[in-house]
Write a protein that binds this ligand. Sequence first.
Ligand code: SAH
Ligand code: SF4
Ligand code: F3S
Length: 445
Amino acid sequence: MSDQAKTYYLQIFGCQMNERDGETIAGLLESMGYERTEDREIANVIVIDTCSVRENADKRFFGFLGQLKRIRLSRPDVTVAACGCMMQQKHIVDTIKQKYPWVDIVFGTHNIHELPEMLSKVLESKKKIVNVWDEGGEPVEGLPFHRRYAFKAFVSIMYGCNNFCTYCIVPYTRGRERSRKPSEILKEIRELVADGVKEVTLLGQNVNSYKGADDGEEPLTFAGLIRKLSEIEGLERIRFMTSHPKDLSPELIQAYKDCPKLCPHIHLPVQSGSTEILRRMNRRYTKEGYLELVGRLREAVPGIAITTDIIVGFPGETEEDFAETLDLVRKVGYDSAFTFLYSPRKGTPAAEYEEQIPEDVKHERFNRLVDTVNSISVEKNRNCVGKIYPVLAEGPDQEGSALQSGRTPEHKLVNFEAPLSVTGQIVNVEITESNTFSLVGRIVE
Ligand code: SAH
Ligand code: SF4
Ligand code: F3S
């Protein structure tokens, strides 16, 4: 890097959507001549992409801002920009204006493409810009992006969410559902594959309701999109995140059978095992309905790995409701699960519900749930020992290391010794050891 190079530091909080947005932010800044640095003490531009899904996400952002204050005030030439889901909430932007007036740019989830313009303006005028769009229109296509991984890639196929689960802030921060055109998705993935990508993960808050149409064409369903993507030569693996149980179509289950590139894994957030709590969460399925769906998936795709998200301590959750969750977890036998303490989000219906659960009760249930989930994961992983899986070798864990990691088709993380030459290839790995969250293996012919 030359001494004069302008640099940026990018901090990303939140989910894969934000990770993918971060690649676009990086691409836009690089197209303006900035180079990435991991040292915020020397960066000319600092961008923070925020998440608002739970209260601790908010807290982490404000903690981070607190650390930046010294840098920003001691080096007035630094530009600090905050963006992402938190910025779509008025009360957060008000707090920034009042308590962190030195933040130079505030933008949201719908106008990332305006970053270069905003940055140029701030640099010229030294005046602060707050520019958050309420809603996004047609997805903006063709923005540059800087890929984080060499052999796998995240591809957003839709934005926003229309489901309004009563605990969730996402429909407010990401706006209404908008699907990208199939031709744009195909073009992006063909380019990724030409650039060495073997595996794509299709992203959307609820990919099952994907409905993208090219001009003058019939809209394509999610399963239809997968079928099209399957035909791309050189693309070896297709994954997706995440799908809402209420919209999981028989057509998608059929696609697992017909498309060998579609990996035998599904992340199917259940949130609770109590039908009454599910009703109050506005999830629009029952415990029995969910279990039936799992049965159909297992029947169609033997060996499919199933993972989930579960919230503990939703308002009004009784010990009996919680027991239903534990029962469902045991019946499904999840390969792994993300577990969350219910966190009231300002502006969502559930935050106003009476009967908020005391923190100690939430924590006690949470610990029991984690124990149950982990004991099942241990067992599932133990069952992998002795078996051979095709694993995409993602490269040494650090420079010079002989240890690589990768994922099985079921999305299980495997660590194994491998020569540099196999990086980026799908290799057969025999599992020799298992842990709660990962496997250990060795390459075999
Ligand atoms: N669209 C995705 C979820 C995105 S948020 C889906 O529906 O599958 C990721 C997870 O965060 C959710 O599945 C939920 O388990 C959790 N979550 C969302 N809001 C929450 C809240 N207020 N408190 C605790 N967990 C929450
Ligand atoms: Fe949130 Fe529900 Fe939409 Fe998922 S489906 S993003 S949990 S509102
Ligand atoms: Fe967080 Fe926004 Fe993702 S709230 S979970 S970064 S969609």
